[in-house]
Design a binder for this molecule. Structure first.
Ligand code: FES
Length: 70
């Protein structure tokens, strides 16, 4: 297993655990404290690329599993 893991939460964000560097499209660094970060995948966050919890009330639903293709 690598030093960084990304867990896809049911109907929620990508939870990234491990030492990462996160930049915007221009290469500017986002400040990250600690080694855990939740990245929005629902598109509704007001603090993209970070999850702000909006997925809980937006109706976002995604429960895919690895190895299962529809
Ligand atoms: S996944 Fe949490 S706000 Fe988008």
């Amino acid at each position: 297993m690598g030093d960084v893991t990304i867990k896809v939460r049911d109907s929620g964000p990508y939870l990234v655990k491990g030492p990462i560097t996160l930049t915007d499209a221009d290469g500017n660094l986002y400040e990250i404290t600690g080694e855990n970060v939740a990245l929005c995948r629902c598109g509704g966050s007001q603090t993209k690329p970070f999850c702000d919890g909006t997925h809980k009330t937006s109706g976002f639903s995604a429960t895919e599993r690895a190895g299962v293709r529809v």
